[in-house]
Structure formats: structure tokens, C-alpha cells
Design a protein around this ligand. Structure first.
Ligand SMILES: O=C(CO)[C@H](O)[C@H](O)COP(=O)(O)O
Length: 241
């Protein structure tokens, strides 16, 4: 198993490289999760050192609280309008820079913010890079009303894609369902391998009760992958830049 300290060094390397992409005057989307948290720490250091003028939109209450405590300006997305850049973490990154997100239950706001940005850049450690999405359970945000019926529709959709029998797990913490920032539930789909992410995304999006799934397809244009020695590898989708 990878040493957690090594993972943190990797995340820090990616976060530092991402901070270098930020320019004075930008409107910036801030992601959620442990890597995004390190990015916000490093960003705040640079803003204070250089007296940068930034306006940020956050993808979660947790990140908004962190950023404000560090003195960053956080506003409502709708007050900022379009963003120049969003930096966020990911649970899995495939060779096309398609992602699974939502390990922190924030993928709904994360997708809204990322798709309201000129550019989405992911920061992650090497463990997130996969050949095929799906080992990480795919988070699907559903509204609480009738969630068991919604789950049945998801099971049928999986069967149509020849993925029947894959467990669908209601996300819980301390014996209670996890609620998102929008007071919805999360169903985690244990798919193992997603051969047709676009087909699956279409199916899930068509189900009443599904608010948003954690597949981010053709959204991320650059992934900065940190390594324990402090170096980074950049994976680029030029067509999305
Ligand atoms: O999608 C997310 C939250 O909803 C996170 O970006 C994702 O879970 C990665 O988190 P971490 O950087 O802690 O591994």
C-alpha cells in the first residue's frame, strides 16, 4: 500500500504546479477534497505574497469556509458569471482525461462550476490515474423522494448496458445517509469497469430522480499528476484547451 505521507507529497506537488497557472485578476473555481484543500492553502500563500486580486467560486461549503478563513474572496457563482479556470481533484482520471468525481459528495456543484469555466484542471496523485474508469465506485446524487424507485431505474439502466448485478450502495456515515450540500443522497455504483462512459452517462442522466452522476466527460483539459519526489506529469487534452 502507498504510504499516506508519500501521497501528500504528491498532492502538494500537483497543487503547487496548479497555483502557477493562476493569473492576477482571474475568476477562479475552487474544488473539493484533500488535494483541492492543499491547492487552496498554496493559493492563499501566493495571493498574500504577491498581493493578487482574485475572485473565487467554491464547489462546497467546506472549501468556501477554508478559503474565506485564509482571506480569499469567495462569491456566488452567479455573481461571478463565467470563470477563467477551475482547479479540482478527482477520484479517477483515464487516458482521455475523463474523470470519476464525487468521492467527497460534491460532484454536482463541482460539475456546475467546472462547466461554467473556460478551463478545468485536475490535480491528483498518481494513484488516481487508471486505464479504464470504474474501480472507484461511481457516485450518483439522487433526490431523497422515491430514491428506492430511482435505484430500480438505475439497475434497469445498468442491465441495458450489460452491467447487471453490480451493487448500488447508499452512502452512509455513522449509520446515517450522507446528505450533500443540496440535501440529496448519494448512491455509489460498484461497477468495476466502465467500458462505455458516454452511454452510461446518457442513461443515468435520463432517469427521473437522478440529479447528477460523477462522470466528468470531455470537461477536464489538463491533469497535473504529482509524484512523491515533487515532480509532476501533465496530461493534456489539446482539443479542450
Ligand atoms: O470529487 C471530489 C469531491 O466530490 C474530490 O475532488 C475527489 O474525491 C478527490 O478527492 P481527494 O483529492 O481527497 O482524493
Amino acid at each position: 500500500m502507498t504510504d499516506p505521507a508519500t501521497i501528500d507529497l504528491s498532492k502538494d506537488a500537483a497543487a503547487r504546479a496548479a497555483v502557477a497557472l493562476v493569473e492576477n485578476g482571474m475568476k477562479l473555481g475552487l474544488g473539493t477534497g484533500s488535494t483541492a484543500k492543499i491547492f487552496v492553502d498554496r493559493l492563499a500563500e501566493r495571493v498574500h505574497d504577491e498581493g493578487m486580486d482574485l475572485r473565487c467560486a467554491s464547489t462546497s461549503k467546506a472549501t468556501a469556509d477554508q478559503a474565506r478563513k485564509l482571506g480569499l474572496v469567495v462569491e456566488e457563482l452567479d455573481d461571478l458569471g463565467w470563470l477563467d479556470l477551475t482547479i479540482d481533484g478527482a477520484d479517477e482520471v483515464d487516458p482521455d482525461l475523463n474523470l470519476i468525481k464525487g468521492g467527497g459528495a460534491a460532484h454536482l456543484r463541482e460539475k456546475i462550476v467546472a462547466t461554467a469555466s473556460d478551463r478545468m484542471v485536475v490535480v491528483a496523485d498518481q494513484g488516481k490515474v487508471v486505464e479504464c474508469l470504474g474501480k472507484f465506485k461511481l457516485p450518483v446524487e439522487v433526490i431523497p423522494f422515491g430514491w428506492k424507485s430511482t435505484r430500480t431505474h438505475i439497475e434497469r439502466a445498468l442491465a441495458e448496458l450489460e452491467m447487471e448485478g453490480r451493487p448500488i450502495i447508499l452512502r452512509e456515515r455513522d449509520g446515517n445517509p450522507v446528505l450533500t450540500d443540496e440535501s440529496n443522497l448519494i448512491l455509489d455504483l460498484a461497477l468495476e469497469e466502465i467500458r462505455d462512459p458516454h452511454g452510461l452517462a446518457r442513461q443515468l442522466s435520463s432517469i427521473a430522480g437522478v440529479v447528477e452522476h460523477g462522470l466528468f466527460l470531455n470537461i477536464c483539459s489538463l491533469a497535473i499528476i504529482g509524484r512523491p519526489d515533487g515532480s509532476v506529469v501533465e496530461l493534456l487534452r489539446e482539443d479542450l484547451e
